[in-house]
Structure formats: structure tokens, C-alpha cells
Write a protein of this length. Structure first.
Length: 505
């Protein structure tokens, strides 16, 4: 496939106004699925289940099986709607969305159409310089997820060229909330940044509510990014494309930037934009055509005859409202005051999208300074090298446990970085990696003194300098001892012993 022509981003913004829209799908971490008693793979305890082991007759679309609404999923959906500033419908209903679904046994999806559970909201999104952008929410509706297809025999893992496809129904029926924005105007050259910041804000909200694992690399949270361009001064909206299932905030930003440049090049050349879905390719940073985008009429929605309307009581809604956590903006202000970071340091955490990880690491026992150091330096470095989100590499509790080993003298910072690599590689907890690799600091003064004496004898000239008061010469001996101990010694303790032994010998 020929590579699409791209217009310079700044030039594209001179000619066209970008209009954005986002559809974010949030998998709810209920114990069971949306309409069946089968275990929910979006729940952490079920994530690694073997294919087609978390299924029930409803998920398979077997004749005579009937759906039953998951009450917890409804409560989670209401809480999310409230956190998005939405109105909660006194009555909402499910509908059948008809489409060719090879990974849904029923061959239709149970969703909500004209009567969603939540509507008319607004989310405040903070950009990297502290600017707050209000994103209007059209609706948040409940639905079920589809299963997963694995295409076998092709070179790319896609259906094109595959010999056959395998269907895993574990994910079929997982409870979802789809959050749909209204058209977003005024982002201009910050449109890509706003895209990533919006997804990050949704992730922060669902994590604070505790209703989803929100791990994008696992598909717990997925974003469809809609982009259209209209010539400057024109009122009519341009034709939009929908880039599907982008699975990281960095990728959302890149996908929006790419679509602006791609569409601008087509329009400037006199071409037209096709209303379609598009696939995002992480390796090339490009999008490719999917299928012509269907409108609502094409799905032939009609009310789900097997389910009654959802009619939450006013008492339930107000009870859930009272349980809402603090809004993300208020949380950021509180954490900044509690941690005592300078503006630039705290904003760096926010801009990196690591506030939740640092907060969770502090809650697990690490100091704010240590938590920030790990996430903003070593973990981010490793994540960048692999092209993934830092949160996908390691759990905050593991970082707190690792820092505790540093604080109690079991590890030096250098050794701790080696342990972190082992944890990320799946070798176990920090303590298990220390034990398996033998990485603990040598705390036996006897072993250190033996190595020091050997180094001093080998460097008699250094010994003489130290005795003459040139204590900086001890560095050569300290280096030799650290090498002999394979880095598993506390350099400060070695220095103390070197000076003591130099005086004694």
C-alpha cells in the first residue's frame, strides 16, 4: 500500500480547522459479565484465563438463553455518568445493534441507543501548561463487548492473508460503558495534545472510581478518535474518519496528528475524505482504511425485547453521587500540597500521565520523592525503549517494595535498577529477584575489610597518600573494592572502612 501524502502540520492548521470527537470504551471490572453469570476477564483475577473458559449460554448465543442485567455494572455506569457531570436518565433501555459480528454468538450487540443511562455532561481536561479545556459529553451508555478473533497463517496477524481465524468468547459480554463526546471545537494546534489529555482524564476518573483496571495495553480502556477538517471560515463540518481502538495515550496523540496531516493533504489536492473507520499502526505511525463508516440507521436498532428498562431510584442516584471521589483537578491540587513539589516537578508528573502511579506508590509506602524518581526516570526510560506506557511495566506496590529494600540498606540504587529489570521480566517480587539473583548488598564488614586490605596492599602508593591526609586518594581503593564486590557494597560504608584500615595498617 502506497504511503499517504502528509501536509506539514502547521501548514494544515493555517488552511483548515480540526474538529474532534472521541468514543472511549471502558471495560468494567465486575465479577461477572453484563448479561450472564460467566466470569469477567476484565477483572484482574480472570485476565489470564484460557480461551473460551469464561463463557455461559448467553455469551454463545445458544437458543433459549436469556440475558439478565448485571446490577453492579448499572451502579458503576451511574457513578461514571455522575463523575462525567452527566444527567442520569430516570429510565433507559437496551437495544439490539445489528451488524455482522463473527465474535458475538448472537450476531448482534446489546447496547443502548436513543435512551442512554447518562447524557449531557462535561469533563475538564488539563493540558501540559495548566490550561483547562472543557470537553462536552453527549452520552455515556452501557453495552457488551465482543469476543476476540485470532487470525492464523498470515504475516501480519490481520485477517488479510490468514488461513483461518479462531474465536475466543471470553470477552463476549464483558460490560462496557461507551463515553461519546460532542464535536469538539477550538483545539486548533493543540488538538493532538488534547486528545491524549482527554483519554488521560477519563482514565483518571475511572481509576478513582475503582470501576475498571483502565489498562490500555490490555484493552480495558480503548479510544476511537474522530477527526474532520473544515476550511477556515466554513460553517459546514467536514467528513470525519474514525481511527479505531487506539491503545495508548501517546498513540492517540500521534493518530490525531497524522489524520490532520493526511486529510489536509487530500483536501488541498482537490480530493475528498471518505467517511470510514481506520486502523492505527504503531510501528509506522500511520493509519490505513478499515470499512466505510456506518450511520445509526445502518445498524437497524430496535428495543431489546428480552430486557426491561433500567429505572434507578432517585435514592440510588443520590447515594452514588455522595460516594463520588474528589474530581481530578481537586485531587491534583491536594497532592501537590501534600507532596510539597515545586510547580515544575509536579507538572512534569501530570504531563507524563503518571500521577496515579506516583500516588499509588506513595500510598503503598514510598516517599513522594522516591516514587517520583522511579516513575519519571528509570521506569519511563524502559517504557520509552519498548514503546509502551510506563504503567504497563510494573505495579506501584512493587516499586514501593523495591524502595523499601533501598531504604533499609538491602540494595544500592544501582542494584535496585537491576532488580527492577527482573521484576519487569516477570521474575517475581523485588525480594524474590534479590534472592534469586543474589543481589543484596554485602553487609558483612569482615568480607569488606578483606577486600579493602587486599586493595590497599596492591596500591601501596595510595595507602601512603591517604596516611599523608590526601583522603581523596581513597577513591581508587573504593573503586577496586566495589569491583571486587560486584557492586554489592555500600560505597559510603566502604569509604569509612578504607580510612579506618589505612590508619591501622
Amino acid at each position: 500500500m502506497a504511503k499517504a501524502a502528509l501536509m506539514d502540520f502547521d501548514e494544515a492548521l493555517k488552511l483548515y480547522e480540526p474538529v474532534l470527537g472521541f468514543e472511549v470504551h471502558v471495560e468494567l471490572n465486575t465479577e461477572t459479565k453484563m448479561f450472564s453469570p460467566a466470569g469477567n476477564p476484565a477483572h484482574a483475577s480472570n485476565h489470564d484465563a484460557a480461551p473460551n473458559t469464561l463463557v455461559a449460554p448467553v455469551d454463545m448465543g445458544l437458543p433459549g438463553s436469556l440475558p439478565v442485567v448485571n446490577e453492579t455494572a448499572v451502579r458503576f455506569s451511574i457513578s461514571l455518568g455522575l463523575a462525567l457531570g452527566c444527567q442520569i436518565a430516570p429510565s433507559s433501555r437496551f437495544a439490539r445493534k445489528n451488524y455482522f459480528y463473527p465474535d458475538l454468538g448472537k450476531n448482534y450487540q446489546i447496547s443502548q441507543y436513543d435512551e442512554p443511562i447518562a447524557f449531557e455532561g462535561q469533563v475538564q481536561v488539563e493540558l501540559t501548561d495548566g490550561t483547562v479545556f472543557d470537553v462536552p459529553i453527549e452520552r455515556a451508555h452501557m453495552e457488551e463487548d465482543a469476543g476476540k478473533l485470532t487470525h492464523v497463517g498470515g504475516a501480519t496477524g490481520r485477517i488479510q492473508g490468514a488461513e483461518y481465524s479462531l474465536v475466543d468468547y471470553n470477552r463476549a459480554g464483558v460490560p462496557l460503558v461507551e463515553i461519546v463526546t460532542k464535536p469538539i471545537f477550538g483545539a486548533e494546534d493543540r488538538a493532538p495534545e488534547l486528545a491524549a489529555a482527554y483519554v488521560r482524564a477519563i482514565r483518571d476518573i475511572v481509576l478513582s472510581l475503582g470501576i475498571s483496571e483502565a489498562r490500555m495495553e490490555r484493552g480495558n480502556l480503548r479510544c476511537d478518535a474522530n477527526v474532520s477538517l473544515r476550511p477556515r471560515g466554513q460553517e459546514k463540518l467536514g467528513t470525519r474518519t474514525e481511527t479505531k481502538n487506539v491503545n495508548s495515550m501517546r498513540s492517540v496523540e500521534r493518530a490525531v496528528r497524522h489524520e490532520i496531516q493526511r486529510q489536509a493533504a487530500i483536501l488541498a489536492a482537490g480530493g475528498t475524505i471518505t467517511q470510514e473507520t481506520r486502523h492505527w499502526h504503531e510501528d509506522t505511525g500511520t493509519t490505513s482504511p478499515g470499512r466505510p463508516k456506518s450511520d445509526a440507521d445502518d445498524y437497524r436498532y430496535f428495543p431489546e425485547p428480552d430486557l426491561l428498562p433500567v429505572a434507578p431510584s432517585r435514592e440510588l442516584i443520590e447515594g452514588l453521587r455522595a460516594e463520588l471521589p474528589e474530581p481530578p483537578t481537586a485531587r491534583r491540587r491536594r497532592l501537590k500540597a501534600e507532596w510539597g513539589f515545586a510547580d515544575i516537578d509536579f507538572q512534569g508528573i501530570v504531563n507524563a500521565g503518571l500521577l496515579t502511579e506516583v500516588d499509588a506508590t506513595v500510598a503503598a509506602g514510598a516517599s513522594p520523592t522516591a516514587a517520583r524518581k522511579w516513575w519519571m526516570s528509570e521506569i519511563s526510560r524502559l517504557a520509552n525503549a519498548e514503546g509502551v506506557e510506563p504503567s504497563s511495566l510494573v505495579e506501584p506496590a512493587s516499586i514501593a517494595a523495591l524502595q523499601k529494600l533501598v531504604d533499609d540498606g538491602t540494595l544500592t540504587d544501582k542494584l535496585a535498577r537491576q532488580v527492577l529489570e527482573g521484576v519487569i521480566a516477570g521474575e517475581g517480587t523485588p525480594q524474590e529477584v534479590v534472592d534469586a539473583r543474589g543481589l543484596a548488598v554485602v553487609s558483612d564488614d569482615g568480607a569488606l575489610i578483606a577486600a579493602i586490605d587486599e586493595a590497599l596492599v596492591a596500591q601501596s602508593d595510595v595507602l601512603a597518600k591517604i596516611r599523608d591526609g590526601k583522603v581523596q586518594a581513597a577513591g581508587a581503593v573504593i573503586g577496586a573494592v566495589m569491583k571486587a564486590m560486584k557492586g554489592q557494597a555500600d560505597a559510603a560504608r566502604v569509604r569509612e572502612l578504607v580510612l579506618e584500615r589505612a590508619a591501622a595498617l
